[in-house]
Design a protein around this ligand. Structure first.
Ligand code: G3P
Length: 218
């Protein structure tokens, strides 16, 4: 499973990347707004820090402009993945960018049918939004399992499932169990992934006993 961080906060990206467990980054216009930074400069900075795929989202809604935005974003760095929405214009843009060997992440996916369209358009990633489905009383994780099932029925559907809108550590576990290829996780949840009371308790016992030995490793 690949592990992406879902943020445009460069400090957080650097901190997490230093742990050595980060495969990529996803951003979206709302995260860019939060960062209060120039979008293109921010993407350039992130791409310098993280060698893996960095999703940068187009904001046009019509094909021509969307495609041109995608080309522009892809020129920022080799590891930029252009993010497009799951609309007819987005799918057309995906197909054309993919043909040019530009990686595309099709976002705002809420159904298996939409995921089929993304795969048919040659998307490198499709992003089903787990949390937002849960918000409306559906089961977001079921969508991950369903897309996985459908994609594995066909050799020509090679799009990776990128579990997005992850709101809890339980979502991360469930997405992994359902076979998501990637999970994009908000930094706060990454901290929570470390937590287990028995880890903290066990470490305290080991360190107390070590003190009693009066030894040093260094
Ligand atoms: O990757 C998309 C994600 O950022 C959306 O998350 O929590 O705003 O639904 P959320």
């Amino acid at each position: 499973m690949e592990f992406f961080v879902d943020t445009a906060d460069i400090k957080e990206i650097k901190r997490i990347n230093d742990m050595g467990i980060l495969d990529g980054v996803t951003t979206n216009p709302s995260l860019v707004l939060k960062s209060n930074k120039n979008f293109k400069e921010l993407i350039k900075e992130i791409c310098k820090v993280v060698p893996g795929p960095v999703s940068a989202e187009v904001t046009a809604t019509k094909f021509d402009e969307m495609y041109n935005e995608g080309i522009k974003l892809s020129k920022i760095a080799k590891n930029v993945v252009v993010k497009v929405p799951l609309t007819p214009d987005g799918i057309k843009t995906c197909k054309k960018l993919s043909k040019k060997k530009i990686g595309v992440n099709v976002t705002l996916c809420f159904s298996v049918n939409q995921a089929i369209l993304a795969a048919k358009a040659g998307a490198k990633y499709v992003s089903p939004f787990i949390g937002r489905l849960d918000d409306i009383g559906k089961n977001g994780i079921d969508l991950i399992s369903d897309i996985k099932k459908v994609y594995s029925n066909y050799k020509n559907l090679n799009t990776k499932i990128l579990a997005a809108s992850i709101r809890s550590t339980k979502h991360i576990t469930q997405a992994a169990m359902a076979g998501a290829d990637v999970a994009t996780v908000p930094p706060k949840l990454l901290e929570e992934m470390f937590d287990h009371p028995l880890t903290a308790k066990g470490l305290k016992i080991f360190l107390d006993d070590w003190k009693k030995t009066k030894q040093k490793i260094l």
